[in-house]
Design a protein around this ligand. Structure first.
Ligand code: IPE
Ligand code: IPE
Ligand code: MG
Length: 252
């Protein structure tokens, strides 16, 4: 594969899976039914990333703020989450997927926490696709925890305050060991970040679709990839500079 073709495939895709509730409402069904349909769409997305050779996929499954939803909806989501952990991990493992969770794990029940840890242990050695599930996750919380870790290092004498820079923060934030997301996808028609990866999305290409998450299909994901491949990522530089870099990178 040529260098140009490689750079057309995002290494890391971050997804806000939104619209389950509205999908159910359109069908006059309870919101929990929408979440169940949404769980199927997760597999569509994982399959697509495996086929296209995407290295990392981060899925926003449940935000810090989603705990505030009605108790029966939160309960249904926890049941679905537990069910997915019980059912899907062996198959993911078989397909070479490494699974990891980011977010405030303490807020989940001990049974769910144990399953999360077991899934991470079981798939630790896999390298084909890195699947990150953001659950009980908030971008502000993530940054606050990085700030806390820095303060603890300073307090313990391992770090000087004047050495705190972007790299020091980046090293203590979620996904520090992965490339930053190249492409962000949000379904459901809303154009916002909703406290997802605030630090990590600094230069990510954003892509939105009105499609509701349970309706997700490979053709839509391909549209996002095609659009991504046409974009020029400048990272604050000029077009001419980017073109010069690209010609240096391409072997004659
Ligand atoms: C996303 O779908 C799933 C979660 C937030 C858990 P929603 O439940 O937010 O669906 P809408 O946005 O209400 O349609
Ligand atoms: C973002 O969706 C969180 C997840 C998809 C898990 P929300 O539905 O919670 O976001 P808002 O409330 O529309 O911003
Ligand atoms: Mg929503």
């Amino acid at each position: 594969m040529s260098a140009a073709a490689d750079s057309a495939i995002p290494r890391h895709i971050a997804v806000i899976m939104d619209g389950n509730g509205r999908w159910a409402q359109q069908r006059r069904r309870p919101r929990a039914i929408g979440h169940r349909a949404g769980a199927r769409a997760v597999n569509v997305c994982i399959d697509f990333c495996l086929e296209r050779g995407v290295q990392a996929l981060t899925l926003f499954a449940f935000s810090s703020e989603n705990w505030g939803r009605p108790a029966d909806e939160v309960g249904a989501l926890m049941k679905l989450f537990m069910g997915a952990l019980e059912r899907e991990v062996d198959e993911l493992d078989r397909r070479g997927v490494r699974v990891r969770f980011i977010g405030e794990r303490e807020r989940f029940s001990p049974a769910i926490r144990e399953r999360m840890a077991a899934a991470e242990r079981q798939t630790l050695g896999n390298t084909r696709l890195h699947l990150v599930v953001a659950a009980s996750y908030g971008g502000r919380q993530d940054i606050a925890m990085a700030a806390r870790a820095l303060a603890q290092d300073v307090q313990a004498g391992r770090l000087r305050a004047e050495d705190i820079d972007e790299r020091a923060v980046a090293a203590r934030i979620s996904l520090a060991d992965l490339p930053a997301p190249d492409l962000f996808i949000r379904t459901g028609g809303d154009h916002r970040i909703s406290n997802f990866l605030l630090w990590q999305l600094a230069y990510t290409e954003l892509w939105f679709t009105d499609l509701l998450w349970p309706e997700l299909d490979a053709a839509t994901l391909q549209q996002a990839l095609d659009d991504y491949a046409r974009r020029e990522r400048r990272f604050g530089l000029t077009s001419a500079q980017i073109a010069a870099q690209a010609s240096e990178d391409t072997p004659a």
